[in-house]
Design a binder for this molecule. Structure first.
Ligand code: SF4
Length: 402
């Protein structure tokens, strides 16, 4: 099957313009449908018997009978949707958004909302931990865009570690690097973002850098084109952060095996040993449930996807690259192709992923959204409001401690 052609056809059939009002209507309708589907309305039998987050005694018991519910599920934490980079392909912008807490201009409202957001995060992380979950990926938007939220979340994890002995694995923090060397004020102190994050014991950084040439990076995003990546990476290395370089494959930028090879040379010259190059997302289903956001960015992303298998085949012929094998990504919705870069031993991975086709019955991720609620994925159909259950998570934690 010609996937690209098929996607193009879906796109033609998709709604290309959705006004904010229509989008809100879709959210509302979908939430109502979901309430019916999950039996929240009286007299309706639930189809979602595995849903761990519903508020009933029966299911509370079931939850404890399945302590490993989130053992294989990563927590994907959306700190904010905001990001000054405004990349032309940004998936966060073309997917659905919830409301967002803690971004109000008014200081009093913002502080109140941040407290609410952090309280919800603490409850959600307890619930995740009870289900056997340990692995956290911070993403957005740009996590450092709202330092009080992001730093506050890291403090929550530190508190839970101290008070309840929970050992988290913060596997990734996806960032564009724009803010890291700038100073910000937090709890009465003024320091650079990088220095605060080091103190908060963040260890790994997934730095987006979409080209080896700074000017080319600027074509995709003005603010990312202004980042001196070499300088930032040197500072990160000095502060002992583990840096993974994240690039997006793009027909106009890194679009061939030769470009991949140049990118890898650039990274390894800075001492980088960990590279992940992802193709533009494929979209399993285009429409108001999965892609209700910025249609221009969606179109850009679909049109710039590369033929990843072709690149992998060509890299296998390059003596600098040793093919290690493939692995499954994201509950089977994608594939990662793994290579070793022989001159330095660096790990080079290339990935493909289809989104928007997630099984609504399964927890693809333990997704913590900017409104402080937990959902199964980023599709609107996967966005049930679990706020009551967050409180329920806290109650469960208290009971377990007794
Ligand atoms: S850096 Fe990431 S979140 Fe920010 S605009 Fe670019 S793709 Fe979107």
């Amino acid at each position: 099957m010609n996937i690209e052609k098929n996607l193009g056809k879906q796109f033609e059939n998709a709604e290309t313009e959705i006004s904010p009002k229509e989008r809100e209507e879709v959210f509302r309708q979908d939430e109502n449908e979901l309430r019916h589907a999950t039996g929240e309305c009286a007299g309706i039998e639930s189809k979602h018997s595995i849903d761990p987050l519903r508020d009933s005694d029966k299911e509370l018991k079931q939850e404890h009978e399945h302590p490993g519910l989130y053992e294989k599920t990563d927590a994907k934490v959306y700190v904010t949707y905001a990001c000054s980079a405004a990349c032309k392909h940004c998936a966060t912008d073309w997917r659905g958004h919830t409301k967002e807490l803690g971004t109000a201009e008014d200081t009093e409202i913002r502080e109140k909302e941040i407290k609410e957001y952090l309280d919800k995060f603490k409850e959600a992380m307890r619930l995740y931990h009870e289900g056997g979950g340990r692995t956290i990926l911070f993403t957005g938007g740009e996590p450092t865009e709202y330092p009080e939220k992001f730093f506050g979340m890291l403090k929550v994890l530190q508190d839970l570690k101290k008070s309840e002995g929970i050992d988290w694995n913060v596997l990734a923090t996806y960032t564009n690097g724009v803010e890291w060397l700038k100073e910000v004020e937090y709890e009465g102190e003024r320091k650079r973002v990088i220095d605060f994050l080091k103190e908060l014991e963040l260890k790994s950084v997934d730095l987006s850098a979409h080209h080896y040439d700074q000017k080319k990076r600027g074509e995709l995003s003005k603010s990312m084109g202004e980042v001196d990546v070499e300088k930032l990476v040197a500072e990160l290395q000095q502060s002992n952060f583990q840096v993974r370089f994240q690039g997006t494959l793009n027909k106009d930028l890194i679009g061939s095996a030769d470009d991949v090879s140049k990118y890898v040379k650039w990274v390894t010259a800075m001492g980088g040993q960990d590279i992940y190059l992802r193709n533009m997302f494929k979209v399993g289903k285009i429409g108001p449930d999965t892609t209700p956001g910025d249609q221009q960015k969606l179109r850009y992303a679909l049109e710039r996807a590369v033929d990843l298998e072709q690149i992998v085949t060509e890299l296998q012929k390059n003596p600098d690259f040793e093919f290690i094998g493939t692995s499954e990504r994201h509950s089977g919705y994608g594939t990662t192709y793994k290579f070793k870069y022989r001159p330095t031993g660096a790990s080079v991975q290339l990935g493909d992923l289809t989104i928007g086709a997630e099984d609504p019955e399964k927890n693809t991720y333990f997704t913590f959204n900017p409104d402080g609620n937990v959902t199964r994925n980023m599709n609107i159909g996967g966005r049930k409001d679990f706020s009551e259950k967050s409180q329920h998570g806290a109650k469960t934690a208290q009971r377990l401690k007794k």
